[in-house]
Design a protein around this ligand. Sequence first.
Ligand code: ATP
Length: 255
Amino acid sequence: MPIPSESELHLANLTKSFGAVRAIDGIDLAVPRGSFVALVGASGSGKSTLLKTINRLVAPDDGAILFRGTDVRSGPAPALRRRIGYVFQSIGLFPHMSVAENIGIGPRLAGQPIGTGRIAELLELVELEGGHAARMPHELSGGQRQRVGVARALASDPQLLLMDEPFGALDPVTRDALGRRVRELHGRLGLTTLMVTHDMTEALLLAERVLVMARGRIVADESPRALLAGAGGEEAQALVAVPRDQADAIAELEK
Ligand SMILES: Nc1ncnc2c1ncn2[C@@H]1O[C@H](COP(=O)(O)OP(=O)(O)OP(=O)(O)O)[C@@H](O)[C@H]1O
């Protein structure tokens, strides 16, 4: 596959097995700079593994990943990870560190600690009051912790943002607000974003491109509009049917 010059990220024949399980099965993917891509699909379809290969938390068995034209394996992993913000599925804040220390951990480990001014700026980006900087993670709500997770991912001024089910444990109102905020930051900071989500509604509303994964492969790659118009095949349409049927059921109640 020719490599489009404007690709932020390019995956070629990416393959990863865990024993007999083929978690990633020969994936080819080009992600243009600035795009917001959602990855959806059943549990175990390979979404998290795909994200983890990009920042080298998982080493593929075969294939290559180019980030801005350079193989991600070509330099030290910490340098790569400073250019890639990662929001983990389970938040993953360090419980014994304050919010400020959690946010600044990446730059500090890289020998370039950030100051209180930058921490305040990052808190403001994710709409948390400056007073939260001194708190410990257990003193925050789940939504606040997740905002800290996003602030931490942004602390090194990344070019690429990887989010693994970032809003999964949140109530629907908080989830919606934080999703919109991340979408706005994506545009404002000029990021390229890949977000794993189980929620097709969230994928359709936040992303401009939706990839459906099944059995380690991308079985559909469509815009939200095309998906809603019936494109993408059986597996994609089964996922789109869920929010559509719910919307229909609610419309019925309103009659
Ligand atoms: N470290 C590992 N060791 C062994 N098997 C693994 C490992 N990581 C993932 N797998 C397996 O690889 C497959 C893909 O897992 P992955 O976590 O990528 O799926 P997923 O689509 O992200 O699932 P979920 O939506 O439940 O998070 C699964 O069968 C999983 O059990």
